[in-house]
Design a protein around this ligand. Structure first.
Ligand code: BGC
Ligand code: IFM
Length: 815
């Protein structure tokens, strides 16, 4: 069963009933100002950092999940009937029709009740720190309508963590100011004087009043489903002193039959420069000199339309950097629109903010961001570059990493501890992806500090060297890398043990001293060391190239010696030296991660181990809903394995289909030439291909989810944690670079498809280093044997880079 359909032309997903299995959300904002918006108008906004600069409030563990949002109420002033056109927060008031269109960085929700149609477009214009709500109300009745509109937002007192907990203080700090119809939220302005929020409306003569105190607006013992002010139809014009500041405008709308009226609301964030001469210390009122013109500009209908058109054009341009026409509609749709879009959102927000990530728990992940940019670097390489520099600046002098950093301060945070020993290696893959895409090797000379300490700057290249060193300095009893607190699998905590039976496991404290080893990190090391060897070679550092290659080979040897289990790669050795992910274990005999990453590193390609490992995956881990993380699932908690076994079987890292890892297997399958299997795995988790089973899948059919419940779970096939996941980038890489095979390489663009056997070929357009490549893949052979580049034959599959601006015709022939 579906809850809507794709509008491929408009690049929108159209939800046609509000009661989706979960809130189906979208994101507003492209750069610094962001918001979540659900199909029923729920969600919140923030500037850069969902923890430290939250504009509007979210209540955790709410029911429904997305309650609290950008709500508009329509009131029929003749009958007193009122409702919200986004269905929430007035679900009792039935709508005659409803439609939500989630587009690229915008959402439109439209509905009708009693002959009144209201359509709200939400978007955040490019290069601004604000969002626009454009409300269009139409009278489809045969007689005139006297209506009121009430806007509403509930302000968050900026630090979302503090806002959710520190009531004894917060109930006293809230402050607002209302001037000429604009509601300014200025809590914190007294002491900091540098940031505030504003909420304005285009209504002028029709503006009847405002509200800023939640308790007054809602009325005692009432919720957002029946605000007293809306019920009575009169704003109270009350200024909030403490408690719960909100913003609401009351606008009167008179409509003749058939008439449409547009009212714009603008919610935004402003910062005053520290030395603002208009705003001396001690000032109690907000300096509006800079911000008022901005607000006025965006309250203008023509400007709103221009801003929206610009946003659409921005996406046209970004998505234009890679488009494909394959025989499969679900592939086209995901590659051309939704997967690319999800990559950008994930790149922007890392794992911080969704209805599965609270926005207060995490900053930007070190390994996460390095992987996210793999799916994004072709669209805006400059932003990938900037991000890499931010990440690298948080690297510690010993090569280690903070697991996360805060986007606002760009400083490492230690909230969930560090010592994830794989982290530093991902920096090499991130940088390599940037170099492959751009060819800009001067990047490696960029001075970057360690741990943001001034004076500690070293060329980016040295950061990469220290990343490799970090692994080599930490080898365990089998010569495999020490796992530390955990590797990519956050929950495989093998240095945990408890001296006291029944005590919860310890991680961080024991992690550094522990001797548990990871075959996964070993595989990742081989991959990263080979990349760095190529990079060193291109820098003319031949000696280092040799050293890195030798290190990769040695590690590959160690994997074959201590990490091979007979039919698949082992996973790890725990604190006690016990093997994990082996036929010797009673549960957790085979894990997906090393099968993927070792093959990606090239381990086992020459001696048949890779094929064996992949066959074992197909046999033991593949399900119709995707490939599970390990089997058999852990049936009970095991202190020596840590968090992984805390999940019930089939969920998350305990044998869930952890979608991030599936593309590693797809890629590995292409590396052994098995296009059918690679593509089959791709389709099993492709969200668009799963649209038909939305009832089972439950999360949005237009984006990947982190996890689909595995075969051991009672809800096999049910997805969770949609949107912010490394799954987005890796699937994009798997389908575009390995299955379709359009792969940026240091020396040019490789066209190396490994297709499912039924396919006659496909077409694609790819921007690369400023030139455009129009690619046709044809022929029925297994691999591309030669190219016709603007008609000229080149043997092999590497297209040399053309000058910027060139349009190059490439025919790739599979003989
Ligand atoms: C994992 C969670 C885990 C958490 C621990 C996340 O990355 O997906 O399952 O609870 O890390 O910090
Ligand atoms: O690798 C991690 C990632 O960093 C955050 N989400 C879960 C993954 C697997 O544990």
């Amino acid at each position: 069963m579906r809850y809507g359909q794709f509008d491929d032309e408009q690049r929108e997903y159209v939800i046609d009933r509000p009661d989706t299995p979960l809130p189906w959300i979208n994101y507003l904002g492209t750069d610094a100002y962001f918001g979540i918006v659900s199909n029923t108008g729920g969600g919140y906004s923030f500037y850069r950092d969902a923890r430290l600069r939250r504009l509007t409030r979210y209540r955790y563990n709410n029911a429904p999940l997305d309650l609290g949002g950008r709500y508009v109420y329509v009131r029929d002033d003749e009958t007193g009937d009122y409702w919200s056109p986004s269905w929430q927060p007035t679900p009792e008031r039935e709508l005659d029709d409803y439609e939500c269109r989630h587009g690229l960085s915008y959402t439109k929700i439209a509905s009708s009740r009693g002959g009144i149609r209201a359509e709200t477009l939400y978007f955040a214009p490019l290069n601004e720190t604000l969002e626009v709500w454009r409300v269009r109300v139409t009278n489809n009745r045969t007689k005139k309508a006297e209506l009121s509109l009430f806007s509403s937002v509930e302000f968050c007192l900026w630090d979302a963590q503090d806002d959710a907990t520190n009531y004894q203080r917060n109930f006293n700090t809230g402050q607002v100011e209302v001037v000429d119809g604009v509601i300014y939220h200025k809590t914190e302005y007294r002491e900091r004087r540098d940031h505030f929020a504003y909420f304005g409306t285009s209504a002028k003569d029709d503006l009847q009043g405002f509200d800023t105190q939640r308790e007054t607006f809602l009325g005692p013992y009432r919720g957002w489903d029946r605000p007293l002010v809306v019920e009575n139809g009169t704003a109270k014009n009350e200024i909030a002193h403490g408690w719960q500041p909100i913003g609401s405008h009351h606008v009167r709308v008179h409509l003749e039959p058939g008439e449409t009226r547009e009212v714009v609301f603008v919610l935004g964030y402003a910062e005053n420069p520290k030395d603002d001469k208009f705003d001396p210390p001690g000032s109690q009122t907000i300096n509006k000199t800079r911000v008022r013109p901005v607000i006025d500009r965006w309250l203008d209908s023509a400007q709103v339309q221009r801003g929206f058109d610009d946003l659409r054009a921005y996406w046209d341009q970004l998505l234009g950097s890679l488009t494909v026409q394959t025989p499969d509609g679900d592939t086209n749709r995901m590659v051309n629109v939704w997967n690319a879009y999800q990559c950008l959102v994930t790149f922007n927000l890392s794992r911080s903010t969704s209805f599965y990530e609270s926005g207060i728990g995490r900053g930007m992940g070190f390994r996460d961001s390095n992987q996210d940019l793999l799916g994004f670097v072709h669209m805006i390489p400059e932003r990938a570059r900037e991000r890499i520099l931010d990440i690298a600046a948080t690297q510690k002098a010993d090569g280690g990493a903070y697991h996360q950093y805060q986007p606002l301060t760009k400083r490492g945070n230690n909230d969930i501890g560090d010592g994830f020993n794989d982290d530093p290696l991902w920096l090499i893959l991130g940088v390599a992806a940037y170099l492959r895409e751009t060819g800009d090797h001067t990047f490696l000379d960029e001075p970057v500090p360690f741990d943001n300490v001034e004076g500690s700057e070293a060329p980016l290249y040295e950061h990469l060297q220290r990343s490799l060193r970090y692994t080599l300095d930490r080898l365990g009893p089998h010569g495999l890398p020490l796992i530390g607190r955990a590797d990519w699998n956050d929950c495989l905590n093998l240095n945990c043990f408890s001296d006291t039976p029944g005590e919860p496991f310890q991680t961080t404290e024991n992690a550094s001293g522990g001797v548990a080893e990871s075959v996964f990190i070993a595989g990742l090391f081989v991959l990263a060391a080979k990349e760095l060897a190529v990079i060193a070679g291109l820098r003319g550092q031949d000696g280092e190239e040799v050293v890195y290659r030798a290190a990769a080979e040695k590690m590959a040897g160690t994997i074959t010696e201590h990490g091979w289990d007979g039919a698949w790669f082992r996973r790890a050795y725990d604190f006690h030296g016990t093997v994990i992910g082996s036929g010797e274990n009673d549960e957790g005999q085979i894990f997906i991660e090393p099968q993927g990453i070792c093959v990606l590193g090239g381990v086992g390609l020459d001696d048949g181990l890779a094929v064996k490992a992949l066959d074992s995956v197909a046999e033991r881990l593949a399900t119709p809903h995707g490939i599970v993380l390990q089997q058999p699932a852990y049936s009970s908690y095991r202190i020596e394995l840590g968090e992984i076994s805390s999940y019930p079987p089939g969920y998350k890292e305990n044998a869930g289909i952890f979608c991030h890892t599936n593309p590693w297997i797809m890629i590995a399958e292409t590396m052994v030439g098995n296009g059918d299997r690679a593509y089959d795995y791709y389709r099993r988790i492709n969200p668009s291909a799963r649209e038909e089973i939305s009832e089972t899948h439950r999360t949005e059919p237009y984006v990947y989810a982190q996890m689909i419940a595995g075969r051991d779970a009672p809800t096999h096939g049910e997805a969770k944690n949609s949107w912010l996941t490394g799954t987005a980038a890796w699937n994009f890489v798997a389908i575009t670079q390995w299955i379709l095979g359009i792969r940026p390489d240091f020396a040019g663009l490789r066209i190396d498809p490994v297709l499912p056997s039924g396919w006659p070929g496909f077409e694609a357009t790819r921007g690369f280093r400023g030139a455009t490549y129009e690619i046709t893949v044809r022929g029925t052979g297994a691999r591309v044997t030669y190219l016709l580049v603007d008609g000229e034959r080149i043997d092999g599959n590497l297209v040399p880079p053309a000058p910027p601006g060139a349009v190059v015709r490439v025919e790739a022939i599979r003989e």
